[in-house]
Ligand binder design. Structure first.
Ligand SMILES: [Zn+2]
Length: 167
């Protein structure tokens, strides 16, 4: 499968979630399991099986909402770290997570929406908080750790998963 094909596949997963609109108004489910599952599916769409769990059957629209298994931070982190380590891989992981969450909040001011990471350097890959006076930076390893934390902490909002499809 070509790289473009993999990205198209990931976009397709986003598109399905967006079209279904299943996240809206569904507050009865545990979101963390949904988000991990959705992230797993997106990563699988990009051609990485992160090993967090088996990907959903992507044609099954109910798959993400039927699985409420708990996944903890060490498990998420280890899976991500095992699968994302090159500049390019971590860059794509960052893009997928950012699109899913809307933005990646700054680790120093995680509750302030004006503090968010942007790509600062491609090689070695690095992101930097956009806010002058902060400019907090994350290296590759720190990016993976922070994204895993955001998934575990449910900052990556299930309602926003699939809502953006810009690539
Ligand atoms: Zn910052």
């Amino acid at each position: 499968m070509t790289k473009k094909g993999l990205l198209d596949n990931a976009n397709w997963v986003y598109h399905q979630a967006d079209q279904l609109g299943k996240f809206e108004g569904d507050n009865n489910r545990r979101p963390s399991g949904i988000q991990v599952k959705a992230l797993t599916d997106v990563m699988n769409g990009l051609g990485w099986n992160a090993g967090i769990r088996k990907p959903s059957k992507s044609l099954d629209p109910n798959a993400w909402w039927c699985d409420n298994d708990h996944t903890n931070l060490p498990e998420i982190l280890q899976s991500l770290a095992n699968n994302f380590h090159t500049d390019q891989q971590i860059g794509q992981l960052f893009n997928v997570a950012r699109d899913a969450a809307g933005q990646i909040p700054c680790k120093d001011f995680p509750d302030n929406p004006f503090y968010r990471y942007q790509v600062n350097n491609q090689s070695p890959y690095r992101v930097r908080c956009c806010m002058p006076g902060c400019y907090h930076r994350l290296s590759r390893t720190a990016i993976v750790h922070w994204i895993a934390t955001l998934v575990e902490d449910e900052v990556i909002d299930g309602e926003k998963f699939g809502g953006r499809n810009e690539r």
